[in-house]
Ligand binder design. Sequence first.
Ligand code: ADP
Ligand code: MG
Length: 700
Amino acid sequence: MQEFDKDIQFLKGVGPKRAELLNKELNLFTLKDLLYYFPFRYIDRSKYYKVNEINEQLQNIQSIGIISNFQLKGSGKKSYLTAQFKDETGTIELIWFKGVKWISQNIDAGKQYIIFGKPSRFGNKLNIAHPEIDKPEEAKQKLSTSLYSVYSSTEILNKKNINSKVFRTIIANVFEKTDSKIPETLPAYLTEKLKLISHHDAIRNIHFPSNNIMLQKALFRLKFEEFFFIQLKILKQKYKRKNSYKGYEFPIIGSYFSEFYKTKLQFELTQAQKRVIKEIRNDFSSGKQSNRLLQGDVGSGKTLVGLMLMLIALDNKFQAALMAPTEILAQQHFKTISDFLSGLDIEVALLTGSVKTKERSLIHENLENGKIQILIGTHALIEDTVKFKNLGIVVIDEQHRFGVAQRAKMWSKNQLPPHMIVMTATPIPRTLAMTVYGDLDLSVIDELPPGRKAVKTIHTYEPKRLQVYKFLKDEIKKGRQIYIVYPLISESENFDYKALEEGYEHILSEFSPPEYMISIVHGKMKPNEKENEMNRFIKGKSNIMIATTVIEVGVNVPNASVMLIESAERFGLSQLHQLRGRVGRGDYQSFCILMTSYKLSKEAKTRIETMVQTNDGFKIAETDMKLRGPGESEGTRQSGLPFELKLADLTKDYKILQLAAHIADDVLKTDIYLENPQNQLLENKLKQLKPTDYNWGLIS
Ligand code: ADP
Ligand code: MG
């Protein structure tokens, strides 16, 4: 048995009782578990305070002196222990509400100790509650330094007095009692090349930094490792897949594409659109399957790019499919694309859940005989009964609404898997894209078509409501349409409905028919009711659309010029940005009005300010990730982060991630299957990672 696999209960300073607690509370079973239980911060304990320098303004302080005069005060459950702490300059009180027994058994009155804790003031008396206590000789221990590691604990462990000091002591014991070095995880050629300290030294210094420089080196090495193995895993899968799956080649640019380009396209493509088309055309001639995430802000022209790629497939005698997350969106795509292609003799069909049986079987037939060239639809496309003659490309819109499994199903619709282009308007910060979607290639449209008027965003408060209404009325007079959105106040639909209902009544009293027509959409409505209301608005039959967040993603009403968001402080940043993206789609100057109460949390303030300051979806995504943490950001909420990061931080350690990705790529370039003896360590480590950690094999 490996020395580090030994049970912690036999470690000096642990024993069966503490071992059981550590098992239960923190999942720590072996010496190795302990070594990899990393501190979350450090305290500089190079300074000693004299008692007369201590005041309640200070954070944790350290002082050396004599503890004496223990007194048990109060009674029963409310009893507590006090003591005097004294040096040559004065006296301060120490106080314990918990762990009284342990203190009285282990601390000797009249002896010298080093105490460490946060001073506070009660009336005119200074005290320190629950100080950490060391004997002076302990503090000079071999492993101790002036940088003290602090470990997170639990309430139960705290009660049993298992604090950072205990962790430091028992982890120091692991180092003292074991002769072996903690096994290296990276091959020597990499540690040398990158000038990394050894894994053993990194682990030792993360717990007991010999100085700040060594601490930084340890942090760098361990963060690098975390990212490196994630990247290695993802990229290895990606390369393996690329090698084992052939893809269709589309060498021809034929008449469909050219005709469309020459006669139908009324505008120049943006540079970004051209670049992305070129990137994907490279995939088409590589003999490998294309598997790409196409990112671009709302209105950046992704759908158009998707269409042009489909035309290339058609030119090469293949069929194409476009999948949308909702029926309304599928209908919209069908209409836009049919309009775009009118006169080009291309067979486009729409397949959704509401297509009647008779028509449906006709569509099925014409897909199998190849008559239908472009199929647009919803989830209905995935069903097994939908078979193609020769499907060459699948374009998926608004990726985050589709599960991984659903996407994977499209793979089996032809002999070779079709090319997959996954479009998303949810900007994903680069760091996240590299990790979560690392096995998809990434193309970014980072430019809006020229002449777009940026949406003006205004933050306003309740007392200005009448002014806002006046503004809405002026816009409606000009012929524009308005969205008013209410937040989901709680998970309960009833609540949500109530806020909306009240808002609706209120709006109705200000904007009454027949002068103003109102549509309303909320979670309690049946799908076809929703659709009717949406369609009324899309067709311009109503001036105002009142909705909760169920408002369909991606609907395109270019005539809408105002997005009024009620209680905007309750929305997440990405959500606000998505909602704002519903306006500014036509030629008109558009506005996003954020209505909030005066009382805003610090985070809410940051969200609102960010919205007012920028329209850049990527900046917004970065801020969102910083505020909420990577696992909660819009780009990952559905899938969650597929791995755990102990030390590295996606929002701060981008440079390390980039290096890790680069090195992982280098390693795999010469040894895709990690068969080279010098990469044995790496392969072994990858095998140890839980398979469930990264189940992205067939992502989209
Ligand atoms: P997305 O799918 O990224 O939200 P769309 O492809 O729906 O964007 O494009 C939004 C609108 O902009 C559409 O009306 C589209 O025809 C138009 N558009 C796309 N590309 C350009 C361009 N290069 N110049 C001008 N308008 C464009
Ligand atoms: Mg779109």
